[in-house]
Design a protein around this ligand. Structure first.
Ligand code: SF4
Length: 483
């Protein structure tokens, strides 16, 4: 992908320090690994902005020549309007420079649907919302329509749930069978940590107990058990975890429980039997790709057959809400590889499909070993996501949540599709920051939402398993101060 693997630099010159964060974000959207230099440097392209008398003029210079030049009004009284005016101008300069347009236009934030939801709540019509996105943020019509569809779906789902003044719980199990090449989560190989799992569970149970006590007058909407890979635990350990949660919260009373079983090489019939004791647990069985050569390359030590067998066992045991995750833009995968994955998934017929665009995070081995893998990185293209959308439609799935991440080659999105009635409520609640999510376990990041004041307070647990175990009282103390 142009600009991704090639390390490049650009100079940024501004006569006033205005909207610098937004301009940087746009530069990263065009060139995810670019180095931005404040000031001039020889033989480096220059983006120059001059703010004067309610206007802004921008230039792009390369080797002393003007490549592009634009002027825009810039309303500094109304920061949002001014910001959008300048972002559109910078975007147009970068389009002129690269010859490329971005499907998301000037939008660089991770929650574009929030904008559509806000307009939808104000009774704006579909076409008005789409036009707003295309004119204000220069998005493609397809992305504008997608945001509208997701906002409408979210509204429909949330209207049926009394989520206000309730909360959700995230339970982190930070162990995995092995570490995937692209992983940036808190994840430790279970084979090396087996001896610590019992102590980890004891600390976790103590933290869960604390949440139950503090929020004894609040209703729990949903529980999401993620990680890591929760099914890295043995069947008896998983059973004790669910028993403990059940004693604290009565699992049959909760709107939704998800267990991100995740890696097929960690899922067994016994573990699925443990999960099937509780009503309608939503599980996730994640192949990421149905191409064995890619699975081998990304360090997921399981086979395509394991994915299929696990899925069939889950169906046989009565699981009626199974999600599957796939990643688009995996190393070396072309459009036909993605089509192959989609055809295989279509045959399995999951209830929801979560599609991630490959993100290359700083902590991932993929980033650390970039030299080794850079020739395999193709990036996610819009064509790939359009193919996913087409298959999702054929599978009876429609988009219900969407978010973007930084460092996605291609600057695209992650999107959740589901059959009617099978959408994951927790995903919407966390993404749209609609209610407090209390996170327990190593690496857990609690977000306390005060909707009235429009405030969000974050409380983080330590990521390291040993630290989490020995400092559990401190983790509880941190929560006590804010909850
Ligand atoms: S299964 Fe998920 S959490 Fe575990 S190593 Fe792979 S990407 Fe990371």
């Amino acid at each position: 992908m142009e600009g991704y693997t090639k390390q490049r630099s650009i100079c940024l010159l501004q006569n006033k320090d205005i909207f610098e964060y937004d301009i940087r974000s746009l530069l990263y959207a065009f060139f995810p690994q670019i180095k931005i230099i404040i000031g001039e440097k020889e033989h480096t392209p220059i983006l120059k902005l001059e703010f004067l008398n309610g206007a802004c003029e921008g230039w792009l210079f390369e080797e002393g020549k003007t490549i592009a030049n634009q002027t825009t009004e810039c309303d500094l009284e109304d920061k949002d309007t001014g910001r959008n005016q300048v972002k559109r101008m910078v975007y147009n300069l970068l389009v002129a420079y690269t010859g490329r347009k971005l499907a998301w236009g000037t939008l660089t934030g991770i929650r574009p649907v929030k904008i559509a939801s806000h307009l939808y709540e104000q009774q704006m019509k579909e076409q008005e919302i789409i036009s707003h996105f295309m004119e204000t943020y220069l998005t493609s019509e397809q992305k504008a329509r997608l945001c509208y569809q997701v906002a409408k779906k979210e509204d429909e789902i949330l209207k049926a749930v009394p989520y206000h003044n309730q909360y959700s719980l995230y339970v982190g199990i930070p162990f995995c069978p092995s570490r995937c090449l692209y992983c940036s989560f808190t994840s430790y190989p279970i084979s090396l940590y087996e001896g610590k799992v019992e102590d980890y569970l004891q600390a976790l149970f103590k933290e869960i107990e604390f949440v139950k006590q503090v929020y004894k007058n609040k209703v729990l909407t949903s529980i999401y058990i993620g990680g890591g890979t929760p099914t890295s635990l043995s069947a008896p350990q998983l059973e004790r975890l669910l028993d403990h949660l059940n004693r604290c919260f009565d699992l049959n009373e909760i709107q939704e429980i998800t267990v991100e079983a995740g890696r097929p090489d960690s899922i067994t019939r016994d573990k699925l039997k443990v999960l099937s004791k509780y009503k309608d647990i939503r599980i996730s069985i994640n192949p990421q790709t149905m191409n064995q050569k890619t699975l081998d390359l990304i360090g997921r030590k399981h086979t395509i057959e394991q994915v299929e067998q696990t899925f069939y066992i889950a169906r046989e045991l009565g699981f009626s809400n199974i999600n599957m995750d796939m990643i688009v833009g995996l190393m070396g995968e072309s459009l036909s590889d993605i089509e192959h994955t989609l055809k295989k998934l279509k045959r399995l017929n999951p209830d929801s499909l979560t599609v991630h665009s490959l993100a290359i995070k700083r902590a991932a081995n993929l980033n650390i070993k970039m030299e080794e893998y850079k020739d395999y990185i193709t990036g996610t293209t819009n064509e790939m996501l359009e193919l996913v959308d087409q298959f999702a439609g054929e599978m009876g799935l429609s988009p219900y949540y969407l978010y973007r991440q930084k460092n996605i080659p291609g600057n695209l999105e992650n999107i959740g599709y589901a059959k009617e009635g099978k959408a994951c409520l927790y995903n919407i609640l966390i993404m749209e920051e609609k209610q407090s999510i209390v996170a327990v376990g190593a690496g857990g990041a609690t977000k306390l939402v005060d909707a009235e004041k429009g405030l969000i307070t974050r409380v983080e647990n330590v990521k390291d398993v040993d630290n989490y175990i020995t400092r559990i009282d401190e983790m509880i103390g941190r929560k006590k101060e804010s909850m």
